[in-house]
Design a protein around this ligand. Sequence first.
Ligand code: DOR
Ligand code: ZN
Length: 347
Amino acid sequence: MNNEISIIRPDDWHLHLRDGDMLAAVLPSSAKIYGRAIVMPNLVPPVTTARLAEDYRRRIISFRPEGSHFDPLMTCYLTDTTSADDIHTAYAVKAFHAVKLFPAGATTNSANGVTDIKKVYPVLEAMQEIGMPLSVHGEVTDPEVDIFDREAVFIDRVLDPTRRDFPDLKIVFEHLTSKAGVDYVLAQDKNMVATITPHHLLLTRNDLFKGGMNPYMYCLPVAKTFEDRDAIRKAAVSGDERFFLGTDSAPHFSRAKEKAGAAAGIFNAPTSIGYVTQIFDELGALKKLEGFTSIYGARFYGFSPNGNTITLAKRETPVEMDWQIKVGGDTVKIFKPDTPLFWDLVD
Ligand code: DOR
Ligand code: ZN
């Protein structure tokens, strides 16, 4: 029985850090665990230019805890009017490490997103040429499509046609939630990877309604069926390099979560690596953990794995903490599913 494990320091290949007081409050949770993170650009207003990305990166670094080497890797928010030339220039100076496609209206702060994939074809052409990855929120927004089918329908209507038109474009299918998504990635022979979140490894759609409607289990894409969760778990522990960790930690104030029209997003940064380790342990796959958390994503984005390690320990009793952080006079609640947490970072 393995009660302690050391792994190369992980990276978070999908993270929302927000800005201002919220950024200052949530950043230490990620910086404590992860060496690098792909930082999502859905601020208000969105991060659409190299200049905005550089400013945002500077603000993140200014809030880094003393002694932290956490490296924020910036992304560009794709809009209908993004210019291919700007992408070329930004890539040359590594201002962006990926371009993020939010279908307009699909999720939090996506109003400026892409209304029709064809409108960004010149940008995709440029990205294909230079090797810049496209990070994709894979859901259609058609109100006639059942919310639980939006990922599968996105594959048919948007992702697969785009892949056919740009076979050499590197694509990251973000936060996989369905067996259809896993099967699609598995069926591709190149240029197609996917991130998997801790919460989609843990939750099914039942959790949204257990004990009454629970907005703290609500994110987009929504958690799906047991069969879908099993497919995601299997992909994560498979040792297949196409699947790696992206927490999608997405903080919202409690007042934005505890209301009608609750915000989508789960703040999981503090418990993320503990829960991922726990799932790998339960599935008898601790040997595959390091690849998923610390190697495959780095390789895809063109980095070496981090040069140091972290240690996690399995506690005898569930990990206890405050399960919330304070931001000014408000709070942000930490992801706390029904499953008690036993794995914890050793300081
Ligand atoms: O649940 C989500 N929250 N999904 C997203 O795609 C965005 C994120 C956020 O920014 O809050
Ligand atoms: Zn996200």
